[in-house]
Design a protein around this ligand. Structure first.
Ligand code: SF4
Ligand code: SF4
Ligand code: SF4
Length: 248
């Protein structure tokens, strides 16, 4: 890799909120900028240069015509990083798959639906090889900075692979199950410092699942609190539906 690695950002189907998280890193972003050249970042600069080492891809794959652009990014970059839930799991966009793509298009665009191109939503690694994933909707800024610093130092980024419950306990939150609610933190990937339960909300596993979730433990918790797996699956599908959705 060159002395000053060249970094690019690319957006596909998304709200672009993860790129905003990058811009909002403020002081620490200045340190990163001192060590790299950003050659493509539509949210921040006008330049568009296809000579880059590390490509960050935000957004899901939802149009066949995007396949060629993704393949070109893969050819150009030494390292490809999926940025945020839309890119890592398809994110909220996958809800369209459940409704049926054609039905969803008619609902949104009515008689003009045929003007627009779409296909069942997939995460980026269903189309091209992805080297690393930064999870979340939106991504935690600390995780973005950890990944960038690790890649610049030539080491593998440390992405948490334990449940949100661990971080939730460290913050000394009262578990939502004890307040009569349910929560996906039991199987969701940590790294957000348990944002949602810390502010009274449920965890929807926007950071995906840990790679080896304790399904039995999760089931025991559900049974103890009188919840059905089906009810919790509804929550699961909000961000992780791509794993069990019936595609068209
Ligand atoms: S993961 Fe969430 S915040 Fe990031 S681009 Fe997708 S919808 Fe927006
Ligand atoms: S509130 Fe959610 S994340 Fe926190 S301990 Fe309970 S199940 Fe785990
Ligand atoms: S608590 Fe759950 S839903 Fe909230 S940010 Fe963390 S992983 Fe995402």
């Amino acid at each position: 890799m060159a002395k000053r690695p060249r970094i690019s950002f690319h957006d596909f189907t998304s709200c672009e909120g993860c790129q905003l998280q990058v811009l909002n890193c403020e002081d620490e972003l200045l340190d990163v900028l001192a060590a790299v050249d950003i050659v493509q970042f539509r949210e921040a600069i006008d330049d568009r240069n296809d000579d880059y080492d590390i490509a960050f891809i935000e957004g899901a794959f939802s149009r066949e015509s995007d396949r060629a652009r993704l393949e070109a990014i893969r050819r150009n970059a030494k390292i490809v990083v999926a940025l945020g839930a839309c890119a890592t799991t398809g994110g909220l966009n996958v809800l369209k798959n459940y409704r049926g793509v054609e039905k969803a298009m008619k609902t949104v665009y009515g008689e003009h639906a045929r003007w627009y191109e779409t296909c069942p939503v997939q995460p980026i690694d269903a189309v091209i090889k992805v080297d690393y994933k930064i999870h979340g909707c939106p991504i935690p800024q600390g995780e973005f900075l950890e990944v960038v610093k690790s890649l610049l130092a030539g080491r593998k980024p440390q992405i948490p692979d334990y449940p949100v419950c661990v971080e939730c306990k460290l913050r000394e939150n009262v578990c939502l199950y004890h307040k009569g609610q349910y929560c996906m933190g039991v199987v969701a990937r940590a790294g957000c410092t348990a944002w949602c339960p810390s502010y009274g909300g449920r965890c929807y596993a926007c950071r995906g699942l840990v790679s080896d979730p304790n399904n039995k433990g999760a089931k025991d918790v559900l049974e103890e609190f009188g919840l059905t797996l089906e009810k919790v699956l509804d929550e699961f599908r909000l961000f992780n539906g791509v794993y069990d959705v019936a595609k068209e």
